[in-house]
Design a protein around this ligand. Sequence first.
Ligand SMILES: [Zn+2]
Length: 381
Amino acid sequence: MKSKSAALLMVSGILSCWGLPACLSTPAEMDSRPLGDDGPGTPPPDLRPDVIAVSVLGPTGALPVKGDMLELTLAVQNLGAGSGTVTLRPLLTSARFNDFVDVSLEPITFTLGGRETREVSLSVEPIVIDAAKGKHFALNRGDYDLSGVIVDVAGEPLSVDTDFLGAAFTIAPSDVVFSAVVYDASYFERIGYDGTPETYMREAFDRATEVFTPESPGSSEGTYTAFDGFDDMMGVRQIFHAVGGLAASSAGGGFCEQVGAHARAVFGLTRDWDIDEANGNFTDPDHHGFDLLVGLTPEMGGGATCGWLGVQVSGQFGSDRSLDRSQLVVVHETGHLFGAPHCDPLQGYVMCGGEQHPHYVDDKIFVWHQVSLDVMQNRWR
Ligand SMILES: [Zn+2]
């Protein structure tokens, strides 16, 4: 609210005054309304929406947690006697993330009767794209402010209402991890995959998975525990948001760096994607709320993870461009981001030649070794 101009705040104050019966018939105040294109002396428009209060909750009516669809409710009062169509566009500002100021949410259009007070609501996906800004955002945990509501009434210039109750809210932590993905469309063409990139990623991390726990360290005897995928194994729930146009090549420099630069361009970040490993917080405040970054390109043989950047790049094997093997690479590289090194000299597990395990060969199960799991963690809570 501090960022708004004094003029706008003054307007809001006057509108609030109009809400009181004592103010309603005070011509001097009505004439002093500084917004509007009707000149001095002409009556003010009679459709005057005033946002009184807002509330932000999760989908079940509880306080929101990371990954939730937000349910916004706005109480709007018409201070005028006329009725008509109103469009409100809420603006969202994050206290935790940089360059996350007055991000425009979807508009809400409705009719408002003379002197009517009503509630209108809006569902907000956890991934927000502000097309006008050319920027993409994820609603990570932290403190937020509904920093304003753009009010659009036909025939009137736009105004911004910043004076209402309930603007501040908090999104609590959860097991959700926001995985940003940038991709080269030919990655999918070469596999022959025709679903969406998000579906591809979801399927990769929901693959039938097992963890092998040896009877004693290094033993080949042990037990297998089944999971419904990587996310189930790690106790996380990744939300993927994918944008194309990646054109990385081996001639273009480091693949991780090319992926990080492309992420800057398509998500509208203020710098190339990298992380500050030293601060122990792997969700960088400059990443618009996204936690980790994945690049998909057929130009790279195999894959690579750059821990100092928080970026993994998954390519393909020319000898095996199958869906199974390509998804095994994706999961392997994200395994690195979760902290797992290679498990060589063991062989046959996701972090050390997972394609060799009999359970993969026979049933395409992704088998992890317990030594990998022991050092992996969700770093993005
Ligand atoms: Zn590796």
